[in-house]
Write a new protein. Sequence first.
Length: 279
Amino acid sequence: MAADPPAPAGGTAGGSNLAARVAVAIPGIAVAVGLVWLGGLAFAVALAVVAALGLYELYSLTAAARPLRWAGYLGTIATVLLAWGVEDTERGIVLGLAVSLLLTAIAGLILARREDITARMASTLLGSVYLGLPFALLVAMRDLPHGAEAIVNVLVGVWVFDSASYFGGRLWGTRPIAPLTSPKKTVEGAVVGLVTATLAVWVAGLYMDWIGGWDSLVLGLAICPAAFLGDLFESMLKRDVGAKDSGRLLLAHGGVLDRFDALLFGAVAAYFATIWLVY
């Protein structure tokens, strides 16, 4: 997240909350790195599960719109798994999105009562695209030559941006950057996050022989603003329904969407930037 203003001095709640976050984050990072290294079906299934959990939270937030949940779940999972199951991963993703549209249409057509059906189908497809597409692109990225390292670049950019912008905002943040969407995020925090995370992606690229230094800088400049936009997008959804967190599945970290919001947009930017710069 892109930056809270300085916390009151002497508070113990912030420290205990940070400790709880770290306690959850460390094993989570270890599992994520292990799955990226493993790749294949295990990686795709893990992302499909995360996508389904995130979709559960999204449909809970948008429950008033009454999304056609079964169609959204099946379409989202299909999009992620088809990215692995079809030899041409991009064709698999397009096929998965087409399946999502088809299932949503069927779910609407079989309803006996169709009040607000357009809004119901729209909220359903929002979930399929918002969660299915980014996770499917991560599966496609893992399938590239040097795919595991390409995903490491995404994780480094998103994680460092998230942490650097948070602490930068706490230390120096004074000017809100998106007061209507997330008042605690500041210009100073966003700048610290952008500079620090871009340099982190560049440093990571120094240990990779398949991407040049300038390309790593451009990649970082693509990932970080996209990650910030993803954070703001999820904040907008929560603010629209008056929710503080998307859920409590990750304990001190809130919900799945709270932790993966930046990655969702960052993954899309990273995939296309990597393809454009390297392949």
